[in-house]
Design a protein around this ligand. Structure first.
Ligand code: ADP
Ligand code: ZN
Ligand code: ZN
Length: 754
């Protein structure tokens, strides 16, 4: 045993600790994967480091079965960051590593990629005449070799001609050749698109960003369309020129193919794009390319915050207010918050950008922790849209739409401009009800109404000839009607008779996007309508196709959910209508007004981005609400001021700190009973002041997918006190027998309180 050492290993298990093993000499001390016996199985763990105080008696220590990485997979810096995250979120380190590593690496696959750089001729390149090379024998040899194969690796090309690289770069520029990087890095083969001259405020922002070469956090607050992306692009260009890498986090890549394109067209360097659509080997390849520094730009969603970089230079978090940065199950981390911590640990600048910054980030600016960069105007002539409120107390609704709105939509059709109708509710009708006895279709597994869905065949196929898609739809009956639960996915047949009173007077009440689409099609039979929501974009590539149709001017009215509000540029949209703005005005979640304001401002920002000014019309029963007043003035700061004052009074974030203990169980009272027990266990551990436990309560939607849910909120005035208490509380809970009978989890800094 003298030749062995004891190491701490992170093992994929829900237990909140690491495990000790005997390691062979010469094995890396930290950051390498190892195969280990664990319980009755073998699994793959990551060595965290050596330990001199093993947690078990020496003779009970098990041996590592195999060391999988000669060179540590994670360097000390990355490993320390992950350990910090596990500690902060009180989450098992083994599961944190599961989140951070590509699935193939978790399974023990070698940390290598098969096909790397691969060069090939384009159609234009293949079509060149042989005598193009009359006076260039070296180039002719390369061309002939490439023409004879589908593609050649860098190694093969080097064997043919040592000076191949500048030549092929030239050919790529002319559109004759292209390079692919192991299928996972995308490179723009054409010449990079030139960057516009920056406005004064953009230039100021860029120079502030690149002026910092140590840690500094910036909040880039720019109204929609003010050129925030342009600021990122130019700052990144400077970072690349200095030989460093940029990590760019975006909310949902699938929703913003335009953004990825913009990065590709601007830079002629490989870009690693990490998103949920990648297969396992693509993800591994992109991750390795980032780690090796082969991808100067790494662009990804939430979990990309864990991607190791060889030479980190800048982190960008676009739309930093977006809720998708917070993981809502398992390891409940917040990618924006972790990105700031990471930048600090890597000692590099970070920029958080948004037209509607989170109150947390605005608060950090006021506290002097973040520097504020503002872009108050849109470049060029583009003006901000005018905001009008439609007072629903006075205006009758015609199937969900007020008369003045219909009139404005008609005007847009006349002027051949596009309109966008925003409604955050998919399906046909949110309620299906019996007019005789008031029976309402509800989910058998959730405390929720079923949504009526109708798969109307409008706006599916592009128009052919003079026929509008709507006219085409008249010839076919609706395909399929069903009741769906938006919470558990359950599907029910639509009853023809009321199950309670056998009446046939059943009807869908209220509007979802499908109904609005149908209503608009009836009002404007010649309009080409495109609906964008989760249902209409389910098929791979569907969203891309719809966005292309909109860009090409093949749509007059766009109807959709928040999918339409994110990041897209619709230059011909001059009218944005918000149908159900009141939802969220008086919700039980203290963050709802903030989210509502952000959503309306974001969707309104899609209007009037080009030369034509836009208009936003908001239907509401509360036209005097302060939130709408601030919206009319586009005054985010006024809104934030008001909202922050409310938060301060309530001791809510960013003025206080929250943790939420959630529990769920198949029996009605088990979850609540467990939280009551947890509440009692907490009493002797509570600090004298600074931490407060609320009473356990049933969750706002108590039953979901057949399980009863309850929650217990912990509120604290100091972060340190909160975490110290949580640590003690968890150590008691983790070993309590009652804790094994329900499913429970702890959410640090929760963003959704139900
Ligand atoms: P944001 O990210 O704030 O929504 P973008 O960077 O997408 O803004 O810019 C909005 C539009 O303005 C884009 O079409 C962009 O190409 C253009 N734009 C940005 N900066 C400039 C500039 N300095 N000069 C001219 N056009 C610009
Ligand atoms: Zn009935
Ligand atoms: Zn359900």
């Amino acid at each position: 045993m003298s030749e062995s050492r004891v190491v701490r290993v992170a093992v994929p298990t829900p237990l909140r600790r690491a495990f000790d093993y005997l390691a062979p000499t010469g094995a890396p001390l930290a950051g390498a994967r190892v195969r280990i016996p664990f319980g009755r199985r073998e699994t793959v763990g990551v060595v965290l480091g050596a330990t001199t105080e093993p947690g078990v008696a020496p003779h009970k220590l098990k041996r590592i079965s195999a060391v999988l990485d000669e060179v540590p997979l994670l360097d000390g810096q990355s490993l320390a960051f992950l350990e910090w995250a596990a500690d902060y979120y009180h989450h098992p380190i083994g599961e944190v590593l599961q989140t951070a590593l590509p699935v193939l690496l978790r399974q023990g696959a070698p940390a290598t990629v098969a096909g790397l750089e691969q060069w090939s001729l384009t159609v234009a390149g293949r079509a060149l005449a042989v005598d193009t090379w009359k006076r260039a024998p070296r180039q002719r040899r390369l061309w002939e070799a490439l023409a004879a194969t589908p593609g050649l690796s860098a190694g093969a090309l080097g064997g043919l001609s040592p000076g191949w690289r500048p030549l092929l770069a030239q050919w790529a520029e002319r559109g004759w050749a292209r390079v692919e990087h192991g299928d996972c890095l995308s490179v723009n083969a054409g010449p990079p698109v030139a960057s516009p001259a920056l406005t004064a405020s953009q230039a100021q922002a860029v120079s502030a960003l690149v002026g910092a070469d140590t840690y500094r956090a910036f909040l880039l607050h720019g109204i929609t369309g003010s050129g925030k992306t342009e600021v990122y692009l130019q700052a990144i260009a400077r970072v690349l020129a200095a030989g460093r890498q940029a990590l760019v986090l975006v909310p949902e890549i699938g929703l913003t193919p335009q953004l990825v394109d913009r990065f590709r067209r601007r830079f002629s360097v490989p870009i690693a794009v990490l998103h949920s659509g990648l297969n396992d080997s693509e993800r591994l390849c992109a991750w390795l390319a980032a780690r090796a520094g082969r991808a100067p730009i790494v662009l990804g969603t939430r979990s990309a915050v864990f991607t190791p970089l060889a030479r980190p230079g800048l982190i960008v978090v676009d739309e930093e207010h977006d809720l998708s940065y917070k993981q809502q199950d398992g390891f409940r981390y917040h990618a924006r918050d972790l990105a700031v911590v990471r930048a600090h640990r890597d000692d590099i600048p970070i920029v958080l950008g948004s037209a509607t910054p989170s109150l947390e980030s605005l608060h950090n600016v006021r506290q002097g922790r973040y520097a504020l960069l503002e872009l108050p105007e849109r470049p060029g002539a583009a003006a901000l849209p005018q905001v009008h409120l439609l007072d629903l107390r006075r205006l009758p609704l015609i199937e969900g739409l007020a008369q003045p709105l219909l009139k404005h939509l008609d005007d847009r059709l006349e002027r051949r401009e596009q309109s966008l109708v925003f409604l955050n509710r998919r399906g046909f009708a949110p309620v299906y009800m019996c007019y005789d006895c008031r029976w309402i279709a509800s989910c058998t597994r959730c405390d929720a109404h079923m949504t009526l869905h109708r798969d109307v065949r409008v706006s599916r196929e592009p128009p052919t000839g003079r026929q509008t898609p709507h006219a085409a739809s008249r010839e076919r009956p609706p395909r399929h009607t069903a009741l769906l639960c938006h919470h558990c996915g359950a599907e029910q047949r639509v009853p023809a008779r009321c199950p309670a009173c056998a009446s046939e007077r059943l009807e869908g009440i209220g509007e979802g996007t499908q109904r609005v689409e149908a209503v608009l099609a009836r009002h404007f039979p010649r309009a080409r309508i495109v609906r964008i929501d989760r249902d209409s974009t389910r098929r791979k590539g569907a969203l891309q196709g719809q966005l292309e149709r909109i860009q090409a001017g093949e749509a007059d009215i766009l109807v959709g959910t928040q999918m339409l509000s994110k990041g897209h540029d619709f230059p011909n949209v001059t009218l944005v209508a918000v149908l159900n703005a009141d939802q969220g005005l008086y919700s039980s979640d203290f963050r709802s007004p903030e989210h509502l304001f952000q959503q309306i401002l974001q969707v309104g920002g899609r209007a009037g981005r080009a030369e034509r000014p836009g208009e936003v019309m908001i239907q509401t029963f509360y036209p005097d609400h302060a939130l709408f007043m601030a919206l009319i003035d586009h005054d985010y700061h006024a809104f934030a001021e008001h909202a922050l004052a409310e938060r301060r009074d309530a001791g809510y974030p960013p003025f206080g700190y929250l943790a939420l203990l959630r529990a769920e169980a198949p029996a009605t009272s088990a979850a609540l009973a467990f939280l009551g027990h947890a509440h009692r266990l907490a009493q002797p551990l509570m600090p004298e002041r600074g931490v407060q436990l609320m009473d356990p309560v049933a969750s706002p939607m108590e039953r979901r997918a057949g399980r009863y849910r309850a929650q217990l909120l912990v509120q604290a005035s100091q972060r340190g006190a909160l975490h110290e208490f949580i640590r003690k509380w968890l150590s008691v809970l983790d070993t309590d027998p009652a804790a094994k009978r329900v499913r429970w989890s702890l959410d640090i800094d929760p963003v959704m309180l139900f």
